[in-house]
Every structure is written in C-alpha cells, then in structure tokens.
Design a protein around this ligand. Structure first.
Ligand code: TYD
Length: 203
C-alpha cells in the first residue's frame, strides 16, 4: 500500500484559507481520492477540547505552545498517521507552521523552542505540500470583520500581531521552498481554485 499525501493550509486569520480547504477537499474527492478533512488545533475529540480552551482562555505563552503541540501529538497518532498508512489524502486546515507563525512570530516564543517541540512531536513527519495563503493584514482584517461576529482570542489581536504572523509565514515559505507554496490570497476565490488545481496535480 503506497503512503498517502499530506497537505496543510496556512495563513493569517481572514486570508480565506478555510474556504479553500473546503474547496480542495471536494476537488480531491471529485477526482476519486479518499480524503480525510481535518484541522488544528483539533481533529480528535481531545484535540477539539484543547481547541476550545486555546481559543477562549487566557494562558501563558508557553502553555499555549505546549497545548497546541499536545493537540497535534494526539492528532498525528489518532488521525494523520493512520490515514497516511491507509494511502488516504490528509487535508489539514493549519498544522505545525501555524505554531511557528503565531506562537513564534506573533507572540515571540523562541524559534529554537518551537523547533525542539516540532522535532519531538513530528519526528520525520512533514506535510508533502503546505499552501500558505498570503494577503496584506488590512485586507484579511476586513474579511475577518465581515465574516465574524464573535472573534476568538487570536482574532481579537491587533494588526501588529498579524503583521508579525504574516512575516513568519513568509519566512517559512522562503526557508522551505520544496514544501511550501505561497498563494496570493487577494485573488478571487475562483482564480485561487485554479492555482490549487494546478499545484495538487503535481503531487
Ligand atoms: P483557525 O483555522 O483560524 O480557525 P477558524 O477559521 O475556525 O477561526 O484556527 C484557530 C486559531 O488558532 C488561529 O487564530 C490560529 C491559531 N493557531 C495557533 O496559534 N497555533 C497553532 O499551532 C495552530 C494550529 C493554530
């Protein structure tokens, strides 16, 4: 049995990543693939409980990082590894890059600590492809405010926080050119669909 494919989607809040996640899952299913659609933090019953805490409760920065990686450990063991071993496609709305972007870039946790956690929790596992949806913070904030009436703990952050998150995502894209594709998220949803279609056809 050939190992499956692992795709993660990333970007600042309001970049349009979740809409494209839904589209990509349906596109791949339409091509006859078995697709596991999942998200982080979350993706397992325990992970979804941790997500509820992470999005609502104030906590120390390192607690936040550790809970993100605790949810991820469970997700890898219960969902991602079994799916890849079955030969399925895994399409994940955020994965480890979000920890580098938000806890590292946004909150200022050291990159080295995040690398240590990633080495521990991920081992050799990495997405085959990471799509980073990039848009100026002002545009993402407009979209977010139009779509969200009750912003969560991250969505309530100021523009300067999201500038740092965006800069960290751009750094991750530059440092991992073989894995990461940067998508111009200011395009229309239809134009982005076409870009994704072309990229995933190469997997
Ligand atoms: P998000 O995908 O934005 O959920 P929704 O579209 O339902 O609002 O994810 C929730 C938040 O979690 C998001 O603001 C980023 C944050 N996050 C981190 O800070 N670190 C992480 O490692 C992950 C996976 C998410």
């Amino acid at each position: 049995m050939a190992r499956g494919h692992f795709i993660s989607l990333e970007g600042i809040d309001g970049a349009g990543k979740s809409t494209q996640h839904g589209w990509l899952v349906e596109h791949l299913r339409g091509q006859g693939h078995t697709v596991v659609a999942t998200r982080e933090p979350g993706g397992t019953p325990l992970g979804e409980k941790l997500r509820a805490l992470l999005l609502a409760d104030p906590m120390h920065l390192e607690t936040e990082a550790l809970l993100m990686f605790a949810a991820r450990r469970e997700h890898i063991a219960q969902v991602i590894e079994p799916a890849l071993a079955r030969g399925d496609w895994v399409v994940c709305d955020r994965f480890v890059d979000a920890s580098f972007a938000y806890q590292g870039g946004g909150r200022g946790l050291s990159w080295k600590k995040l690398e240590e956690l990633a080495a521990w929790v991920l081992g050799d596992l990495q997405p085959d492809l990471t799509l980073i949806f990039d848009a100026p913070v002002a545009i993402a904030q407009q979209r977010l405010h139009a779509a969200t009436s009750q912003p969560d703990r991250f969505e309530q952050e100021q523009a300067a926080f999201f500038e740092r998150v965006r800069a960290a995502y751009l750094r991750l894209a530059a440092e991992n050119p073989a894995r990461v594709r940067l998508i111009d998220a200011t395009q229309t949803p239809g134009a982005i669909n076409k870009v994704l279609e072309t990229i995933v056809a190469t997997l």
